[in-house]
Design a protein around this ligand. Structure first.
Ligand code: URA
Length: 205
């Protein structure tokens, strides 16, 4: 590891953290990704929203949740009374992991080692933001925040906590909603997701 990745990041500056992360070699994902994608949102955000990893569009834009999953999240959050502009939005893993297929880049799930390596950055973001509540979207975020990724369908809609005691509300990943093939199941999952976001909004009031 490089020296600047062994020392704790400065505790008061998201830009400095971003600059450090731009040189991250804690796992191999930096090699193929375009750039690191760190969280964004207000320094005093009461809510931190955590996804899995940047997708194709996020990798190109350098910003989290700007592609199809992000647009779906924005729409449902608005319906649920949750204001994204007041949230700090980030991911468990900060580089896009993919396999090339022709001209397309197909998303690949980060493995446990990659999630564990990247928790350094997620923890640093949590330290800086100190949110009142964290919304973990999907199994990867649940694993990074609570230590357990399994059983997200049964755990969604419930509160757990990080090791240092910050409440974590578990929910589905918006990309999952885009992939459910059956219309009825998709509508049910969307309702569940919207309900979880409304629960977060209520909790923060
Ligand atoms: N999916 C995620 O988990 N995060 C993003 O930033 C985009 C898509």
């Amino acid at each position: 590891l490089r020296m600047d990745q062994q020392t704790p990041p400065p505790a008061d500056d998201l830009d400095a953290l971003h600059r450090q992360a731009a040189g991250c070699e804690r796992c191999a994902l930096y090699r193929d990704a375009t750039q690191v994608v760190m969280g964004e949102g207000p320094r005093d955000a009461p809510l931190m929203v955590v996804g899995e990893q940047p997708g194709d569009q996020e990798d190109l834009a350098g910003r989290p949740f700007v592609g199809p999953a992000g647009q779906l999240f924005d729409r449902i959050a608005e319906e649920a009374g949750l204001d994204r502009s007041r949230a700090f939005v980030t991911n468990a893993v900060k580089h896009f992991k993919f396999t090339p297929r022709g001209k397309r880049r197909i998303h690949q799930k980060p493995d446990a080692g990659e999630v564990s390596a990247c928790r350094w950055w997620l923890d640093a973001e949590r330290e800086l933001i100190r949110p009142r509540l964290i919304l973990a979207m999907g199994a990867t975020a649940a694993g990074a925040l609570t230590g357990r990724a399994e059983g997200i369908m049964k755990r969604r809609g419930t509160f757990e906590a990080t090791g240092d005691g910050t409440p974590v509300l578990l929910t589905l990943h918006p990309s999952y909603l885009l992939r459910v093939p059956n219309e009825q199941a998709k509508a049910a999952a969307t309702r569940d997701f919207r309900g979880d976001l409304a629960l977060a909004a209520d909790w923060l009031r």
